[in-house]
Design a protein around this ligand. Structure first.
Ligand SMILES: Nc1ncnc2c1ncn2[C@@H]1O[C@H](COP(=O)(O)OP(=O)(O)OP(=O)(O)O)[C@@H](O)[C@H]1O
Ligand SMILES: [Mg+2]
Length: 368
C-alpha cells in the first residue's frame, strides 16, 4: 500500500472546493436598482480574488475565485466542449481558470500556475496579466453584478520592507484592467481596508494584520486616516515552500494538510510523514507570527510617529493564513511580550478573515 505522500496523488491534494464565505457587513447604503451603476470592492490576492457587492436586498454578496490557472495544449483538449469551463484563449494558447484549473491539473497531470506571487502580478508568466484580467472580468463584469459598472475599489499591498518590489506596476495594471471592464478604479491598501470593514465602532481606528498567501500586510489607521502601512515578504506560500523543503515533499501536499485541520500546537495526527509536515508547519507558523509582531513594533518605533492616540485601539487579525488552529492565541501571547508605542484595547479576529478586505473596499467605494 502506498504512503499518503506518494507522488501519484500529489496533484489531487490541491483540489479544493470553492469556499463560500458568509457576508458579515451590513452597510447603510442602498443597493442599486437594475440598470443603475454598481460599486464593488475587489480583493486582488495572491491566492484568492474576492468580490463584495450589494445585492437587491442591500445585503453584501461575496464571490471568490482561486487565483490559479493552467496552460493547456490544444491537442490535449481534442474536441472537448469548453463552453461550461472557465477559460481564456490568448494568442494560440488556452488557459483553464480558477477551480476548473484544479480539475484539469488532475486529468492531465499538469502543474498549476499562479498569476500573482508575493502580492503582485507574477513576472514568471508573460500571460499573467491577461489571465488575471479574464478572472477579474468574471468576478465584477456586468453579468456578475447585474448592473452598470460604477466604482471599483481594489486592494493593493504596501511596499514590502527590505525587498525590491513592483507595487507601482501591479497597481497600474490592475487599475487598467478594471477600467477596461468599465469601472472607475481606486486602489486601497489591503490592511487599511480591514479597518474600514471592522472598526466602525472605534471610528475607524485600529491596527490590522493581514496574513495572506504572498505577503503579510500591516496598517495603523486613526479615524480613517492611514498612519502607517507596510508589508513583509512572508505569508502562506513562504510557510508552504519551507515546510515542503524541510520534510521533502511538494508545497501542494503541505497546503492540503494546512488548510484541512491544522493546529499550531498539535503535531500528533496522521501517518509519519504527515506528522512531520505538521511539526514543521508549527515551527514556521510560530516563526512567522514572531517575525510579524516584532517587525510591527520595530517599524512603529523606527518611524518615530506621534502615536499618542487619546484612546486605545483594537488589533484586527485577518487573512487565510491566520485560520490555523491556535493562531490567535499565539499572536496574543507574542503581542503581550512586546512593548508597544500605542495602547491596544484587544487583539481579535476579523469577522470573516477571507472576505473582510473586499468588504472594506466595498465600504470605501460606497462612502467616497
Ligand atoms: N483553514 C486554513 N488554515 C490555514 N491556512 C489557510 C486556511 N485557508 C487558507 N489558508 C491559506 O491562506 C492563504 C490565502 O489567504 P488569503 O486569501 O488571505 O491570501 P491572499 O489575499 O490571496 O494573498 P495576499 O494577501 O498575500 O496577496 C494561503 O496560503 C492558504 O493556503
Ligand atoms: Mg490578501
Amino acid at each position: 500500500m502506498s504512503e499518503p505522500f506518494d507522488d501519484e496523488d500529489d496533484e489531487e491534494a490541491v483540489v479544493a472546493p470553492l469556499r463560500s464565505v458568509a457576508p458579515a457587513v451590513a452597510t447603510e447604503a442602498v443597493a442599486a436598482e437594475k440598470g443603475q451603476r454598481v460599486n464593488v470592492g475587489l480583493d486582488v490576492g495572491t491566492m484568492n480574488l474576492v468580490c463584495a457587492s450589494l445585492n437587491q436586498a442591500s445585503k453584501v454578496d461575496i464571490t471568490t475565485l482561486r487565483n490559479v490557472f493552467l496552460t493547456v495544449d490544444k491537442t490535449d483538449l481534442g474536441e472537448m466542449d469548453l463552453s461550461k469551463i472557465s477559460h481564456a484563449r490568448i494568442d494560440d494558447s488556452i488557459f483553464i481558470l480558477s477551480n476548473d484549473a484544479y480539475n484539469f491539473a488532475n486529468i492531465f497531470g499538469y502543474r498549476i500556475n499562479r498569476s500573482m506571487q508575493k502580492g503582485m502580478i507574477s513576472p514568471e508568466d508573460i500571460n499573467s496579466a491577461d489571465v488575471l484580467a479574464t478572472m477579474i472580468r468574471e468576478l465584477i463584469g456586468g453579468e456578475a453584478t447585474g448592473g452598470r459598472p460604477g466604482k471599483c475599489v481594489y486592494s493593493v499591498p504596501a511596499d514590502p520592507i527590505n525587498t525590491r518590489s513592483n507595487v507601482l506596476y501591479h497597481q497600474n495594471i490592475i487599475g487598467r484592467i478594471i477600467s477596461e471592464i468599465g469601472y472607475t478604479p481606486e486602489p486601497l491598501n489591503e490592511a487599511v481596508a480591514i479597518i474600514y470593514a471592522e472598526c466602525a465602532d472605534t471610528d475607524f481606528s485600529g491596527i490590522s494584520m493581514s496574513f495572506g498567501a504572498g505577503l503579510t500586510n500591516v496598517a495603523v489607521v486613526y479615524k480613517s486616516i492611514p498612519v502607517l502601512e507596510f508589508a513583509l515578504n512572508r505569508g502562506g506560500d513562504w510557510i508552504d515552500d519551507n515546510v515542503a523543503m524541510a520534510v521533502g515533499t511538494i508545497p501542494n501536499r503541505v497546503v492540503a494538510i494546512k488548510e484541512k485541520d491544522f493546529d499550531i500546537n498539535r503535531f500528533d495526527s496522521g501517518r509519519k510523514k504527515e506528522r512531520k509536515v505538521r511539526e514543521a508547519l508549527g515551527y514556521y507558523y510560530t516563526n512567522l507570527i514572531h517575525f510579524v509582531v516584532k517587525s510591527a513594533v520595530k517599524e512603529l518605533d523606527r518611524r518615530d510617529l506621534d502615536l499618542g492616540f487619546p484612546d486605545s485601539i483594537p488589533m484586527i487579525i485577518s487573512g487565510g493564513t491566520s485560520l490555523a488552529g491556535g493562531f490567535l492565541d499565539l499572536v496574543r501571547e507574542q503581542v503581550q511580550q512586546e512593548e508597544w508605542p500605542l495602547a491596544l484595547s484587544t487583539v481579535r479576529y476579523a469577522s470573516d478573515p477571507l472576505s473582510c478586505v473586499a468588504q472594506g473596499c466595498l465600504i470605501k467605494s460606497l462612502k467616497s
